[in-house]
Design a protein around this ligand. Structure first.
Ligand SMILES: [Zn+2]
Length: 187
Protein backbone atom coordinates (compact mmCIF):
# COMPACT_ATOMS: atom_id res chain seq x y z
CA UNK A 1 0.00 0.00 0.00
CA UNK A 2 1.05 3.56 -0.59
CA UNK A 3 2.00 5.95 2.14
CA UNK A 4 -0.66 7.09 4.53
CA UNK A 5 -2.59 10.09 3.30
CA UNK A 6 -3.57 12.30 6.17
CA UNK A 7 -4.55 15.93 6.25
CA UNK A 8 -5.39 18.21 9.17
CA UNK A 9 -7.71 20.54 7.27
CA UNK A 10 -11.00 19.81 5.51
CA UNK A 11 -11.40 19.61 1.73
CA UNK A 12 -12.78 22.73 0.10
CA UNK A 13 -16.56 22.40 -0.23
CA UNK A 14 -16.51 23.80 -3.77
CA UNK A 15 -14.03 24.32 -6.56
CA UNK A 16 -14.59 26.89 -9.30
CA UNK A 17 -14.56 24.77 -12.45
CA UNK A 18 -13.89 27.79 -14.65
CA UNK A 19 -10.58 28.45 -12.87
CA UNK A 20 -9.44 25.18 -11.29
CA UNK A 21 -8.24 23.55 -14.53
CA UNK A 22 -6.70 26.68 -15.98
CA UNK A 23 -4.85 27.45 -12.74
CA UNK A 24 -3.90 23.81 -12.19
CA UNK A 25 -5.36 23.94 -8.73
CA UNK A 26 -4.53 21.23 -6.19
CA UNK A 27 -7.07 20.56 -3.47
CA UNK A 28 -6.27 18.37 -0.51
CA UNK A 29 -7.86 17.64 2.84
CA UNK A 30 -10.26 15.38 4.65
CA UNK A 31 -14.00 14.76 4.48
CA UNK A 32 -15.85 13.32 7.49
CA UNK A 33 -17.39 9.98 6.49
CA UNK A 34 -20.64 11.24 8.03
CA UNK A 35 -20.86 13.74 5.18
CA UNK A 36 -20.69 10.93 2.62
CA UNK A 37 -24.21 9.52 2.90
CA UNK A 38 -24.09 6.99 0.08
CA UNK A 39 -20.80 5.56 1.27
CA UNK A 40 -21.94 5.55 4.91
CA UNK A 41 -24.94 3.44 3.92
CA UNK A 42 -22.48 0.69 2.95
CA UNK A 43 -20.60 0.84 6.28
CA UNK A 44 -21.38 -0.35 9.79
CA UNK A 45 -20.68 3.15 11.14
CA UNK A 46 -19.63 6.52 9.74
CA UNK A 47 -16.84 7.35 12.18
CA UNK A 48 -13.61 8.64 10.72
CA UNK A 49 -12.47 10.62 7.72
CA UNK A 50 -11.55 10.14 4.11
CA UNK A 51 -8.38 11.91 3.01
CA UNK A 52 -7.83 12.99 -0.56
CA UNK A 53 -5.74 15.00 -3.01
CA UNK A 54 -7.31 16.24 -6.24
CA UNK A 55 -5.24 17.87 -8.98
CA UNK A 56 -7.03 19.85 -11.66
CA UNK A 57 -5.50 20.55 -15.05
CA UNK A 58 -6.00 20.45 -18.80
CA UNK A 59 -4.20 17.53 -20.42
CA UNK A 60 -2.56 17.59 -23.88
CA UNK A 61 -5.93 16.78 -25.46
CA UNK A 62 -7.52 19.75 -23.68
CA UNK A 63 -9.53 17.47 -21.47
CA UNK A 64 -10.46 18.74 -18.05
CA UNK A 65 -8.61 16.27 -15.86
CA UNK A 66 -8.92 15.54 -12.18
CA UNK A 67 -6.18 13.19 -11.05
CA UNK A 68 -5.95 12.25 -7.46
CA UNK A 69 -5.48 9.88 -4.65
CA UNK A 70 -7.61 8.99 -1.67
CA UNK A 71 -7.53 6.94 1.45
CA UNK A 72 -10.05 6.05 4.15
CA UNK A 73 -10.24 3.49 6.92
CA UNK A 74 -13.80 2.26 7.27
CA UNK A 75 -15.77 -0.43 9.07
CA UNK A 76 -17.83 -2.83 7.00
CA UNK A 77 -19.70 -6.01 7.83
CA UNK A 78 -17.70 -9.23 7.70
CA UNK A 79 -19.52 -11.48 5.25
CA UNK A 80 -18.83 -14.54 7.36
CA UNK A 81 -19.49 -13.58 11.00
CA UNK A 82 -21.47 -10.37 10.25
CA UNK A 83 -19.45 -8.35 12.80
CA UNK A 84 -17.67 -5.13 11.75
CA UNK A 85 -14.28 -5.47 10.11
CA UNK A 86 -11.94 -2.54 9.50
CA UNK A 87 -10.64 -2.10 5.97
CA UNK A 88 -8.56 0.60 4.31
CA UNK A 89 -9.70 1.96 0.97
CA UNK A 90 -6.83 3.42 -1.00
CA UNK A 91 -6.97 4.43 -4.62
CA UNK A 92 -5.47 6.62 -7.30
CA UNK A 93 -7.85 7.90 -9.94
CA UNK A 94 -7.77 9.73 -13.26
CA UNK A 95 -10.98 11.46 -14.23
CA UNK A 96 -11.99 13.60 -17.16
CA UNK A 97 -14.82 16.04 -16.61
CA UNK A 98 -17.37 15.68 -19.41
CA UNK A 99 -20.68 17.41 -19.88
CA UNK A 100 -22.51 14.69 -21.83
CA UNK A 101 -22.82 10.89 -21.83
CA UNK A 102 -21.59 10.89 -25.43
CA UNK A 103 -18.36 12.62 -24.38
CA UNK A 104 -17.99 10.06 -21.61
CA UNK A 105 -18.16 7.23 -24.14
CA UNK A 106 -15.41 8.81 -26.23
CA UNK A 107 -12.88 8.81 -23.41
CA UNK A 108 -9.90 6.48 -23.58
CA UNK A 109 -10.20 3.47 -21.29
CA UNK A 110 -7.58 4.86 -18.92
CA UNK A 111 -9.86 7.75 -17.95
CA UNK A 112 -13.06 7.60 -15.99
CA UNK A 113 -15.74 10.18 -16.75
CA UNK A 114 -16.98 12.70 -14.23
CA UNK A 115 -20.24 14.01 -15.61
CA UNK A 116 -20.79 17.69 -14.82
CA UNK A 117 -21.65 20.87 -16.64
CA UNK A 118 -21.78 22.97 -13.47
CA UNK A 119 -19.57 25.95 -12.81
CA UNK A 120 -18.63 24.51 -9.46
CA UNK A 121 -17.37 21.04 -8.61
CA UNK A 122 -17.81 19.45 -5.21
CA UNK A 123 -14.59 17.59 -4.26
CA UNK A 124 -16.43 15.52 -1.61
CA UNK A 125 -18.81 14.13 -4.27
CA UNK A 126 -15.85 13.03 -6.35
CA UNK A 127 -14.13 11.48 -3.34
CA UNK A 128 -17.30 9.66 -2.34
CA UNK A 129 -17.86 8.11 -5.75
CA UNK A 130 -14.25 6.97 -6.00
CA UNK A 131 -14.42 5.45 -2.52
CA UNK A 132 -17.58 3.56 -3.44
CA UNK A 133 -15.91 2.29 -6.62
CA UNK A 134 -12.98 0.87 -4.66
CA UNK A 135 -15.10 -0.84 -1.99
CA UNK A 136 -14.34 -4.57 -2.03
CA UNK A 137 -17.23 -6.83 -3.07
CA UNK A 138 -16.74 -9.01 -0.03
CA UNK A 139 -14.94 -8.22 3.23
CA UNK A 140 -13.98 -10.62 5.98
CA UNK A 141 -11.84 -10.73 9.11
CA UNK A 142 -8.50 -12.44 8.67
CA UNK A 143 -9.58 -15.38 10.81
CA UNK A 144 -12.89 -15.60 8.97
CA UNK A 145 -11.05 -15.57 5.68
CA UNK A 146 -8.77 -18.32 6.97
CA UNK A 147 -11.82 -20.36 7.93
CA UNK A 148 -13.31 -19.87 4.47
CA UNK A 149 -10.05 -20.98 2.87
CA UNK A 150 -10.06 -24.03 5.10
CA UNK A 151 -13.57 -24.86 3.92
CA UNK A 152 -12.51 -24.39 0.31
CA UNK A 153 -9.66 -26.81 0.87
CA UNK A 154 -11.88 -29.32 2.57
CA UNK A 155 -15.00 -29.13 0.46
CA UNK A 156 -14.01 -27.47 -2.77
CA UNK A 157 -15.47 -24.23 -4.01
CA UNK A 158 -19.12 -24.88 -3.10
CA UNK A 159 -19.16 -23.34 0.34
CA UNK A 160 -22.31 -23.57 2.39
CA UNK A 161 -23.21 -20.95 4.94
CA UNK A 162 -25.95 -20.75 7.49
CA UNK A 163 -26.33 -17.02 7.46
CA UNK A 164 -28.99 -15.74 5.13
CA UNK A 165 -26.89 -12.71 4.22
CA UNK A 166 -24.36 -14.99 2.66
CA UNK A 167 -26.69 -17.17 0.68
CA UNK A 168 -26.54 -15.26 -2.56
CA UNK A 169 -22.78 -14.94 -2.56
CA UNK A 170 -22.06 -18.49 -1.47
CA UNK A 171 -23.43 -19.86 -4.70
CA UNK A 172 -20.92 -18.00 -6.82
CA UNK A 173 -17.32 -19.16 -7.15
CA UNK A 174 -16.42 -15.55 -7.96
CA UNK A 175 -17.44 -14.43 -4.49
CA UNK A 176 -15.07 -17.01 -3.04
CA UNK A 177 -12.27 -15.61 -5.19
CA UNK A 178 -13.13 -12.10 -4.10
CA UNK A 179 -13.01 -13.22 -0.50
CA UNK A 180 -9.64 -14.83 -0.91
CA UNK A 181 -8.20 -11.78 -2.61
CA UNK A 182 -9.47 -9.36 -0.02
CA UNK A 183 -6.92 -8.61 2.67
CA UNK A 184 -8.41 -7.14 5.81
CA UNK A 185 -6.03 -5.27 8.08
CA UNK A 186 -6.66 -6.62 11.52
CA UNK A 187 -8.89 -8.60 13.91
ZN1 LIG B 1 -15.67 -12.12 10.60
Amino acid sequence: MDQTLEFASPLLPFVDARKAFRHEQTVEGYVPLQALKNLSAMLTDSEGRAHAVLMFRFDQDRRRRIDGELQATVNVQCQRCLEPVQITLSERFELAVVSTEAMAKDLPASLDPWLSDEETLNPADIVEEQLILCMPIVSTHQQCNAAIMQEVLEKGVGIEHNDQAEEKQASSPFSVLATLKNKPESH
